[in-house]
Design a protein around this ligand. Structure first.
Ligand code: URP
Ligand code: ZN
Ligand code: ZN
Ligand code: ZN
Length: 485
């Protein structure tokens, strides 16, 4: 059984061109003119793009005394409905360690996912067991490890632990990811706000100013450089962090920055809303910033100093948010965005001229596939690639509302936003899993785990350079040594 997508324009990260796309089984078999297949998908007036990859989700994650409400079933279905064909979710080890946590995540995902998926594993301390387990994790097809510089007393790691873990990443060909906020400062500023009697969600932003993020971002980059490993900064939200990334990249350091769609579009003013629920629903770390930071992030995407737009989809219900009714530090941190990321970025990026269509594809799919070392199997419309494709209709529009969303939660932080540009069809490994006509239902168990090998080209290049420029002892003959040595 073959399928041909006809009449559209292929939009890749490097160019756009008119062509038909032939799919045989799960992969792209040919791209060209006048192709024929058993089944025809109409792409007249539409763009044929690689399906979105969201590299930052937290589905059914235990966190801050509760568990994110978005399930693997609802979350991956929501993703497909918005044109995202793969998610990469964070495994947070408990007392039983990384491998048991990875088992638990794999079990939930395999049973429920409609889309393909992969994992990052968090390093939340340092020990010989963690050192050993990291190699085993890589053996299971996970080549990224997350480090939290915030969440003091819970997930936070210190500089020495990060250096040890980053060094281990360098040795086993993995990529460290970092949540960069100075956790000691955040804890102190939170305390200060509470002492001042500011206990509402507005204090979330006061206690996490951009400087706290900029300092930690710079520190993480310097630690990675000392360890000789590339580093990926998640949810880069402000100019201070972007500046640290930009500066390091200009020096030749291998650093990536990931703004979220929320930080590109939503403002710190949200926390001043008179409605406590409205403000608390938007509590996430780092917090939303003001306009100048948004402009910096947009500029970074077009300049290439920031590479990926993700969502950090970490969705709690309004009821869960109310755990922090009298103390903002107890509001579970996280917002949603998985379903609407592509439409929002298209509307505010491509439609406004801030991004080209090719840049749109790069920052939603191709760049992260390369960074995660799974390109061109994912992130490309190319012969031999998995047929994860979105047929994108630039004329289709909607008003975002929780009333019609696929996400399980009871609100949407983008409620009322108008978007133009939506999927006409979403294909996952050659199968139409979302379409304008016909029934669209979750297909639990259909999604597959995507293994990602270690030692990406960037890891290897950096190791070579670090080896070449490593400190070396000077060999001195006896007559050049001080007497008595
Ligand atoms: O507030 C956030 N971002 N929640 C999810 C956990 C994290 O920090 O990524
Ligand atoms: Zn984080
Ligand atoms: Zn996150
Ligand atoms: Zn909008």
């Amino acid at each position: 059984m073959s399928t041909v997508i006809k009449g559209g324009t292929v939009v890749a990260a490097d160019r756009s061109y008119e062509a038909d796309v032939l799919i045989e089984g799960e992969t792209i078999a040919a791209i060209g003119d006048n192709l024929a297949g058993d089944k025809v998908i109409d792409a007249e007036g539409a763009y044929i793009m690689p399906g979105g990859i969201d590299p930052h989700t937290h589905l059914e994650m235990p966190f801050m005394g509760t568990t994110t409400a978005e399930t693997w079933e609802s979350g991956t279905f929501a993703a497909l409905s918005g044109g995202t064909t793969m998610v990469v979710d964070f495994v947070i080890p408990g007392e039983d360690g990384m491998l048991k946590a990875l088992d638990a995540w794999e079990e939930r995902a395999a049973r429920q996912a409609s889309s393909d998926y992969s994992f990052h594993v968090a390093v939340t301390g340092w020990s010989e067991k963690i050192f050993d387990d990291m190699a085993a994790v890589v053996g299971r097809g996970v080549n990224t490890f997350k480090h939290f510089m915030a969440y003091k007393g819970a997930l936070m790691v210190n500089d020495d632990e990060m250096f040890a873990s980053f060094s281990r990443c360098a040795a086993i060909g993995a990529l460290p990811l970092v949540h960069a906020e100075n956790g000691d400062l955040v804890a102190a500023l939170q305390q200060k706000c509470l002492e001042m009697g500011i206990s509402g969600p507005e204090a979330h932003a006061y206690s996490r100013p951009p400087e706290v993020e900029g300092e930690a971002t710079n520190r993480a980059i310097m630690i990675a450089d000392a360890a000789g490993v590339p580093v990926y900064i998640v949810h880069t939200s402000c100019e201070q962090a972007h500046e640290a990334i930009r500066r390091a990249r200009q020096k030749g350091m291998r650093v990536y920055g990931e703004p979220l769609i929320q930080h590109l579009l939503l403002d710190v003013g949200e926390y001043a809303n008179a409605d406590w629920d409205h403000a608390a629903r938007r509590v996430m770390s780092p917090p939303f910033r003001d306009r100048q930071h948004q402009d910096s992030l947009w500029a970074g995407l077009s300049a290439g100093s920031l590479q990926v737009v993700a969502t950090d989809h970490c969705a709690f219900t309004t009821e869960q948010k109310q755990f922090g009714r009298t103390d903002f530090t107890k509001i579970p941190n996280g917002t949603g965005g998985l379903e609407d990321r592509l439409s929002l970025l298209w509307t505010h990026g491509v439609e406004t001229g801030r991004l080209t269509m090719n840049e749109f594809v790069a920052v939603t799919s191709t760049n992260i596939a390369q960074i995660l070392n799974v390109y061109p199997r994912k992130g490309a419309v190319m012969v031999g690639a998995d047929a994860d494709i979105v047929v994108w209709d630039p004329k289709k529009s909607k008003t975002i509302t929780a009333a019609t969303q696929k996400s399980i939660i009871d609100y949407n932080v983008f409620e009322g936003h108008e978007v133009r540009g939506m999927p006409r069809y979403t294909l996952s490994r050659g199968e139409v899993v979302w379409g304008e006509e016909g029934s669209n239902e979750p297909r639990p168990g259909r999604g597959r785990f995507v293994k990602r090998p270690p030692f990406s080209a960037v890891n290897r290049a950096l190791s070579t350079w670090k080896e070449l420029t490593a400190p070396r002892a000077v060999q001195r003959s006896a007559e050049h040594m001080p007497i008595g040595v």
